[in-house]
Structure formats: C-alpha cells, structure tokens
Design a protein around this ligand. Structure first.
Ligand code: GDP
Length: 616
C-alpha cells in the first residue's frame, strides 16, 4: 500500500501490526530494504519527525520506534547473532548453545593446537623447523613442504601415535591478534627460553598473554648445546612468574632442548601431550558442519584468495559453502602442509582452502552454511555489522574519564593498564607508584602488561582484549599503531611527568569508587502538644530545637533517647494555618507524620538525609 506521508514523500506503509526486524546498529538503508522503500524518502520522513540522520547512519531503537510508528510498523531490534540465526533457519550459529547440546557420544578426542612463543632470537623459528622434521610420518609423505601457516605432526606417546597441530607463525603477535578478534585457537603454548640468555622482556610478555588467555604453558629451555647454557637458572627465574617446574614441586613441564641439534624434541612433544591430557579435555564433534578460524590468508595471482583455516569442530569438505569473516564462497579445493589435496578436514586439522570471494583476516571465524546464497548473505550482514560496530566501538571502550559510568553500570571493578616507558626503571617506578594508590578494596588496579619501547600493535591488541587503558611514559606510538588504537577505540595516554600519570589514574580510580553514603542530621523538633485530628491523624505541635525541619524529609521519633518510630516522613508541615516547606530553629510549627500517631509531649522528631561521603 503506497500512501502519502509526512513531507509529501511516498513510503510503503504497514498496518500498524506489521513487524519489521532490524539488526542492532541498522541504518535507514536497512529499514528501507526491509519495506522496499527509497532510503531518501525515509530520511525525509524522519526529518519531518524532528530527527536528522543520513541513510547510512546507524540509529538507535527509539528512533526506529518513532519512525516505525509513523509508518505503521512495529520495530523489533535483534542482535547480529539472532539475525544470522534467522537467516540460517534451523542452522544454529550460537556455538555455545551448540556445544552444550552435544552429548559425550558425539565427541571424539582431537589433537591439541600449539603456539610457540618467546623472546626474539631464542629459537622459535628453529624449534618449529625441528618439530616439523621429527614428524614420524612426514618421511613417507615427502615431508612438510608447504608453509600454510600451521602443520600437524605425529608423535609416539605411550605406544600410540598422536597428532599435534602447530601454528606455524612464531611469536605472540599472531596469538594476541587472534585473541583480540575473539578467536581462541591455541590450547597450549610452548614458551621458548634460551638457556644462555634467560628470561627476557618478551618472555614475560608471552607468558602474560598465555596466562591471560588461560592457556597452559610448556617451557622449552632451548640452546642447551651452547656453552654457558644454564637450564636450571631458567627454571629458577620463571618461578617468579608462577611457572614452577614439576621437579620443583610445581605443575609446569620444562624440557631442555636444542632446536639446532634437534635434541629433546620428542620429549617436548611428549610434554605437550602429557600437559594436554592432564589439563584439558580436548574433544570435538567431527560429525557436523565445520566451523573454525582462519589462520592465514593471502591473494594468490593464479589461485585467487587462499586461506588456511583451522577446523575447530565438525568436518570441512570440498564443495561446502562457507563464510570466513566477510569472505564467502564454496570450497573448491583443499591442501594440507604436504601440498597434497585433501577431501575432508576434521577438528584441529589445518588446511588451505581455495574458493573464497575475498581474503579473510587472521582470526576471522569461518562456518559452513547450507548453501552459497546463505553464505553470501551472512557475509554481507557481517560486513554491514562490522562497519556499524566500527563506529560504535569508538565509544564503547574504556577511557580514564568514563570509569565512573562503567562502574555504576556494574561493568568494571578493575582498571586494567598497559604501561610502556622509555626505560625499564621508569616503567617500574610508575607501576610501583600506581600500585601504591590507596583506593580501598572495591576497585582494583591491574597492570596486565608493561614494557620498554613504543606503543605497539600488540599493546593495543592486548588492551582490546582486556579492555585496558595504555599509559605511555616518554614514548610514542609505533608505526601505524595510532590508527589501530583509534579503530579499536583503545585509549592511549602519554605522559612525560610521572606524577601527572599517577594523578590521572588516581582520579579515575576514585571516580570508579562506588559512592558511600552517610546519614546527616538536618534538624530536631520537640513536641509541645499533640493535636488530634480525625482527618489528618495526630499533629505534633512542636518547636524546632536545632537545624531546619523540611517537608518530605526522612524522620524518626525519639522518646527519652530511644527510637519509637523510624522510617517516617515529614508529610505535612504548617506554620499557623499555612502549609510551608521548611521551618527553622526556634520557630513553632505543626508536624504531621502520616499514619504514625504514637506521639506524645516531650518526644523529639529528628530529620535526616543520606549524603554521599566525599573521598579523602
Ligand atoms: P626466533 O627469533 O625466536 O624465531 O629465533 P630463531 O629460531 O630465528 O633463532 C635465533 C638464532 O638462534 C639463530 O641464529 C639460530 O640458529 C639460533 N638457535 C636457535 N636454536 C638454537 C639452539 O638450540 N642452539 C644453538 N646453538 N643455536 C640456536
């Protein structure tokens, strides 16, 4: 039905009951799409309703409500996930719900997925090379010849041949980047520490990342072949970071290795399997449509978009329609790390996938859709949502200024900080000073990461994950980092004077504190005479002894120093015959306490209010 509307434009109208479901963050364009209208005409209608908006601007529920009402539509806002689910019909997209619905029989053991982390030059790359070459079946298959971003090796463990999947990009940047995108890929982290060098800043950084993600750690003490190597010192150093070796009574496995001489690699793989079996329940259902994470992707001139995906549950088949991030398509072919074609990939299996429309980002999730059309629709929705989210994000993340609000809404109790400084002494001094700020028990300060040097992408990613503010002392942004921080809405504050940083953080923390209230007495009145009124109840003819008595304030009645009536309100207050709002010390008045009638001569009426206690 076309009908003239406000502003003289023509918009298809609903009948008042027509329901239109819109995704959170939708724009007039989206609305126009749903009702088959011209977006420009919706802009006009909205304008005549007193709101200015562009067709692509993301609008809130209230605005859509007003517009919907005008046009005869009932607007229902749905979350992105809900909309995805609707698109997919019975196909569940809610992974948690899906996993919950799975019974023990559906689940089969899957290999652990391992990331190698550690300080630069401690041998991560060399170790990954060494592990690759130990694969017991690699020989037959011609070895791992392709770099696809991840590989699987097989190791003997308690007489059984077991697979382990390694993410082939060493370093914690990849790890954090994926985590920042919400993808938890790694089950176990191997922390490489060179025995001739010891625990270094990035060792600690890696350790922080793994611990923050709750990922168990196996320590590879590397370069034990070198002169001056002191593997025991590493064990000792790491106890300071809650990594206590088994031989010292802890539960972390330390293995001495030489990546160069390929020594200790079997023991390391064994330790990974032992840790996996002890600490994790690694199972997944292979008998369903696959989902997982993109690990690496690039555009190949001959083959188009090539993405390495790690299947996390289900089985991926050639021919499946898939969505990876905002890329979509049909799996044309799959290859493994030996360069061989694969028809099906089970959980924890990394494969290179050909056939996507575009290149997904590392950390993007992928899933199989019922058909290509649905895959495309989901990808398009994701893209639109991503754009809207980008705008919303800027406002969403925490800044030193908006803690109070976040706290009031119960969203934060901990102020997470990342501290970067020009020299380690300054970082330590700042951290110490910040921890010394006394704000009581309700709010905590938590330095999740500290380091020397410019603010890096990694810092921003970490701040994104843990909703932290970055404090930079005498440092700047690294290359392209400012953009990232801006995009992710992470607050980065730079200082060159320590006490200013302390002052800001202290103010933020105090703002974060929940207000405390105390009772403040406002006034007292002594009852001289009680007037009984059938209409108003008993009226206390009183004289104000101290302060001021105000109408509508809280009151209690005291007799000989004991409370005889509490939680009362000054319901009426009169001077002579006039209703008044307040009466001051020394004056007489009539006070009505509502239905509370138990008053007699000589009683004291005290009024008070709750006031926020200032912080000292
Ligand atoms: P990454 O930066 O952590 O990836 O470190 P690399 O794997 O690139 O190794 C850094 C350097 O240490 C290279 O020159 C390696 O040859 C050397 N290296 C790695 N592992 C060992 C080892 O077990 N023993 C000795 N002697 N040198 C090693």
């Amino acid at each position: 039905m076309q009908a003239p509307s406000l502003g003289g434009v023509s918009v298809p109208r609903g009948n008042g009951q027509t329901v239109v479901r819109l995704r959170q963050g939708a724009s007039l364009n989206d609305f126009a799409d749903k009702i088959d209208a011209n977006p420009a005409s919706l802009v006009t209608v909205l304008f005549h309703l007193g709101e200015m908006a562009t067709a692509t601007q993301s609008l809130d529920e209230a605005t859509f409500g007003v517009l919907g009402e005008e046009l005869g539509y009932k607007i229902e806002m749905v979350s992105a996930e809900e909309e995805d689910r609707e698109l997919l019909g019975s196909f569940a997209i809610d992974l948690d719900a899906e996993l919950e619905a799975e019974s023990d029989e559906d689940l089969a053991p899957r290999p652990p997925v391992v990331t190698v982390m550690g300080h630069v030059d401690h041998g991560k790359t060399k170790l990954l090379d060494a592990i690759r070459s130990t694969d017991v079946v690699a020989g037959e298959a011609g070895g791992i010849t392709q770099h696809i971003g991840a590989y699987q090796v097989r190791a003997e463990h308690e007489g059984l041949e077991r697979a382990i999947t390694f993410i082939d990009t060493p370093g914690h940047e990849a790890f954090t980047a994926m985590r920042a995108r919400g993808a938890q890929v790694t089950d176990i982290a191997i922390l490489v520490v060179a025995a001739d060098d010891g625990v270094m800043p990035q060792t600690i950084e890696a350790l922080n990342h793994a611990q923050a993600a709750n990922v168990p750690i196996v320590v590879a003490v590397n370069k034990v072949d070198k002169e001056g190597a002191n593997p025991d010192k590493i064990r000792q150093q790491l106890t300071e970071y809650n990594l206590v070796a088994e031989e010292y009574g802890g539960d972390t496995m330390f293995v001495n290795v030489s990546a160069k001489q390929r020594m200790g690699i079997d023991q390391l793989l064994e330790a990974v399997l032992l840790t996996a079996d002890a600490a994790l329940d690694l199972r997944a259902n292979p008998d369903k449509d696959a989902r997982g994470v993109a690990i690496e992707a690039n555009l190949d001139r001959g083959r188009g978009a090539v993405a390495t995906v790690l299947v996390q549950s289900g089985t991926l088949h050639v021919g499946d329609a898939i969505v990876a991030g905002t890329a979509h398509g049909r799996v044309r072919a799959m290859f493994d790390e030996h360069g061989e074609a694969v028809d099906a990939a089970e959980p924890a299996r990394p494969v290179q996938v050909l056939g996507l429309s575009s290149v997904p980002s590392a950390g993007d999730t992928f899933l199989v859709a019922p058909d290509e059309r649905t895959a495309r629709q989901i990808a398009e929705k994701r893209e639109a949502a991503e754009r809207a989210a980008l705008l919303a994000k800027r406002r969403k993340r925490i800044s030193l200024e908006d803690f109070t609000k976040a706290l009031e809404q119960g969203k934060v109790e901990t102020l997470n900080l990342v501290i970067k400084g020009d020299v380690s002494g300054a970082v330590e001094a700042l951290e110490d000073a910040l921890y010394k700020i006394d704000v009581g028990d309700e709010v905590r300060l938590n330095v999740i990461h500290r380091g020397v040097g410019a603010v890096t992408q990694n810092d921003v990613n970490l701040a994104t994950v843990d909703n932290a503010v970055i404090i930079g002392f005498n440092v700047k942004f690294g290359e392209r980092v400012e953009d990232l921080a801006d995009r992710e809405g992470v607050e980065v504050k730079f200082y060159s004077v320590i006490y200013q940083a302390i002052e800001d953080v202290e103010a933020a923390l105090k703002g974060m504190l929940k207000p405390e209230y105390e009772e403040v007495q406002l006034g007292t009145a002594e009852i001289r005479q009680v007037f009984r009124s059938s209409k108003f109840g008993n009226i206390a003819g009183s004289i104000i002894r101290s302060g001021t008595i105000r109408r509508n304030t809280s009151a209690r009645v005291l007799r000989n120093g004991t409370v005889v009536g509490d939680n009362l309100t000054i319901e009426s207050l009169r001077r002579e015959k006039d209703d008044v709002t307040e009466v001051r010390e020394g004056f007489e008045c009539g006070i009505g306490l509502g239905s509370f009638n138990d008053i007699t001569e000589g009683d004291i009426i005290a009024t008070f209010e709750m006031r926020e206690k200032p912080r000292v």
